[in-house]
Design a protein around this ligand. Structure first.
Ligand code: NDP
Length: 216
């Protein structure tokens, strides 16, 4: 299976990359600054960067696209001081627009696959039913990513492309911090199982890494 993972240079994306590679998948990973790694350059906020990635892949079919790249820029800031509009714009550019731009640029590659799938890493913080207060920018961006995924699921179903939206767990990464409850390997292993289970029957699902349903 050919898998493409955005934000594969660290955190959950890097763990997904290794886990998929070790089970024998052909994995393409992206990074904003790949350096001398095997990763391909991609800034999800930039439509030209997304198109360049698609061009670089030439005719390669992509069986699974994982939109993992994300930011949590306002972490720790009090909710009555989120008046810097650039913070809102930058967060939405990555967590929402970035998902859309990546998915659209790689849609021709997904269509080349016999069994294509699109996975979007949102967060439990994007659940409106489980609104927990605080982190308004990140929460609303992940809610928008969930909503985008739900609508993509409707529009891509007739084209045979299921779309799943996922909470990866609270994971020990730069974003999740060392206080988080699970490691990247556990999250990646669970997510890969969820991606395997994704089908046109379950398209539009919002699930945790362990298979539990997330309330919308
Ligand atoms: P990290 O902060 O550890 O890694 C984020 C990744 O996203 C990095 O590879 C980063 O690249 C990349 N990225 C950020 N902005 C862009 C961009 N504009 N273009 C391309 N790549 C970009 O986060 P995690 O691994 O913890 O999180 C991965 C995903 O899981 C995110 O979507 C996050 O919101 C979500 N999530 C994480 C949770 C957790 O507990 N860790 C909980 C719930 C959801 P660079 O190195 O260049 O910054």
């Amino acid at each position: 299976m050919n898998i493409l993972i955005t934000g594969a240079n660290r955190g959950i994306g890097a763990a997904l990359y290794s886990a998929a590679q070790s089970r024998g998948d052909t994995v393409y990973g992206t990074a904003r600054t790949p350096g001398d790694s095997d990763l391909m350059p991609l800034d999800v906020r930039d439509p030209e960067s997304c198109t360049a990635l698609a061009d670089r892949l030439k005719e390669t079919p992509i069986d699974l696209l994982v939109c993992n790249a994300g930011v949590y820029l306002e972490k720790g800031q009090p909710v009555d001081s989120l008046t810097d509009t650039q913070l809102w714009a930058d967060t939405f550019a990555t967590n929402v627009t970035g998902v859309y731009l990546t998915a659209m640029a790689l849609l021709p590659h997904l269509k080349q696959s016999n069994a294509p799938k699109l996975a979007i890493i949102s967060s439990q913080m994007g659940s409106s039913e489980r609104a927990g207060g605080q982190s308004y920018i990140y929460r609303s961006s992940k809610a928008a990513a969930l909503n985008l995924g739900r609508n993509l699921a409707v529009d891509l179903k007739p084209q045979g492309i299921p779309v799943g939206i996922y909470h990866p767990g609270w994971v020990r990464t730069d974003m999740g911090t060392n206080a988080a409850s699970i490691g990247t390997d556990e999250s990646a292993k669970g997510l890969l199982q969820r991606f395997d289970a994704l089908s046109l029957v379950t398209t539009g699902c919002f699930e945790m890494w362990n298979g539990d349903a997330m309330p919308f």
